[in-house]
Structure formats: structure tokens, C-alpha cells
Write a protein that binds this ligand. Structure first.
Ligand code: ATP
Length: 236
């Protein structure tokens, strides 16, 4: 299948701080691709730039052949990319249902009604709690809500920033199972994780990011068994 996203020589800075120093990678339609790396490697910066939330210094980001540089975040959502941000960032004062509605703001009411049904089927807990204010949900529930909200736009490419952060192991497993299922049903996934073993075990391919530079790439299995990767990210 064809390339859905291509990133070429991307550079992103925060003032004098160079967070992403010329990275290139691509994702084919239907793949799960993961970016792994330590704290501060530039993973979130990369996702936020693709989503249009940060402006790169230079480089190119193309989605299905179209440049995303200078395109507003809401337009990027309507083109087919959704970001599930780090730390979940649900709207805490709003109900579960209102959070989902926010995720569907680029879609029609009729479409949203249908998508919400599907989200509730996938995450029954959200349905049980549709009236509860999001800020009072547990960490795992908020992660599911953040994913549900991202799905409301019916993305072709779903970007997940550290979905396992702060979750108990059993929930981490559940979240990764859901990511795999979404992929099997046709959504292309770009997954950023510090939990490298989990991420690599479900990924078709991965890229290792170190202080703003890609230092290694391979299939999920290759990286999972790579000595350097094991030492640095998998605890030996
Ligand atoms: P983590 O896993 O800890 O979230 P990350 O790989 O996602 O790390 P980024 O959040 O992309 O890393 O950060 C990359 C670098 O950019 C870090 O050195 C960080 O301190 C810096 N940085 C990130 N956001 C800002 C900001 N708003 N202003 C200044 N520097 C920033």
C-alpha cells in the first residue's frame, strides 16, 4: 500500500532549544509505526508538529501527498489525522459525551451520532458514564475517553502520544489491544511510547529517536531484539 505520511528533514525548535534536528520517516497505509525514545527525545514535538500545533523551522510533512506545513490544526483533523495527546488532556469540566462531541467538531451531527455509537461499543465504560464530568474519571477511563474523542473525527491516521502513561499493567495491555484492533479495522497508527517493549511488540516498524535525531530503524521485531535498543530502552 502507498505512503500515507512522509516526514522529510524536519527541524523544530523552541527558541534556542533544538528539539527535532532533521528527522525523516514515513508511514504506509495500514501500518502501526512507533517512535520510541527517552524523555526529551523529541517524540511529542514531532507529533504536535504533524498535527499543526507547532511550526517547524524547516522540512516537509506530507499526508497523502499534500503538504501539511502552514495548515491549521482543525483543517489537518478534517484531512484525516487525529492526535490523542500526552497526558490525555480531556476537557475536565465537560461530560464524557460533551468531550466526544468536541472530537467530532469537523463532522456532521448525523455522522457523530453514528461514530459515538461505535465508540461506546468499543469503550462500554464511557457509555455507562456518559454524563459524568471527565475530570472525575480514573486515569484509565480518561485515556479511553481521549482515544474515543480522537476517533470521533474518523481519522485515517491516529497519532497516540504515550497512551500507556501512568496506567496499571492490565490497563496498558487493554489499551494496546485496542490500538491493535483499531489498526486491524483499517486505521493507520503512529504511536509514541516510552514503554518500548509494548510498542515494539505491536508495531510493524519503529524508529528510535535520541535527542532529536533518528538513530535506528527496523521492524518492531528487529528492534525488540536489537542489543542497543534492549540496553537503552528495554532494561537489558
Ligand atoms: P517525553 O517522553 O518526556 O514527553 P519527548 O520525547 O516527547 O519526551 P519533547 O516533549 O518533544 O520530548 O521535548 C523535546 C525537547 O524539547 C526537550 O528537551 C524539551 O525540554 C524541549 N521542549 C519541549 N517543549 C518545550 C517548550 N514548550 N519550550 C521549550 N522547550 C521545550
Amino acid at each position: 500500500m502507498g505512503t500515507i505520511l512522509s516526514v522529510k528533514d524536519l527541524r523544530v525548535s523552541y527558541g534556542a532549544i533544538k528539539a527535532v534536528k532533521g528527522i525523516s520517516f514515513d508511514i504506509s497505509e495500514g501500518e502501526i509505526v512507533t517512535l520510541i525514545g527517552a524523555n526529551g527525545a523529541g517524540k511529542s514535538t514531532t507529533l504536535n508538529t504533524i498535527a499543526g500545533l507547532l511550526k517547524p523551522e524547516s522540512g516537509e510533512v506530507k499526508f497523502k501527498g499534500e503538504s501539511l506545513i502552514g495548515i491549521k490544526p482543525h483543517k489537518i483533523v478534517s484531512m484525516g489525522i487525529a492526535l490523542c495527546p500526552e497526558g490525555r488532556r480531556v476537557f475536565t469540566q465537560m461530560s464524557v459525551e460533551e468531550n466526544l462531541e468536541m472530537g467530532g467538531y469537523t463532522r456532521s451531527d448525523a455522522e457523530n451520532q453514528e461514530t459515538m455509537e461505535r465508540v461506546y461499543e468499543r469503550f462500554p465504560r464511557l457509555k455507562e458514564r456518559m454524563g459524568q464530568s471527565a475530570g472525575t474519571m480514573s486515569g484509565g477511563e480518561q485515556q479511553m475517553l481521549a482515544m474515543g474523542r480522537a476517533l470521533m473525527s474518523r481519522p485515517q491516521l491516529l497519532m497516540l502520544d504515550e497512551p500507556s502513561m501512568g496506567l496499571a499493567p492490565i490497563l496498558v495491555q487493554e489499551i494496546f489491544d485496542i490500538v491493535k484492533e483499531l489498526n486491524e479495522q483499517g486505521t493507520t497508527i503512529l504511536l509514541v511510547e516510552q514503554n518500548a517493549s509494548m510498542a515494539l511488540s505491536i508495531a510493524d516498524r519503529g524508529y528510535v529517536l535520541e535527542t532529536g535525531t533518528i538513530t535506528k530503524t527496523g521492524t518492531g521485531q528487529e528492534l525488540l531484539h536489537d542489543d542497543d535498543v534492549r540496553k537503552a530502552y528495554l532494561g537489558g
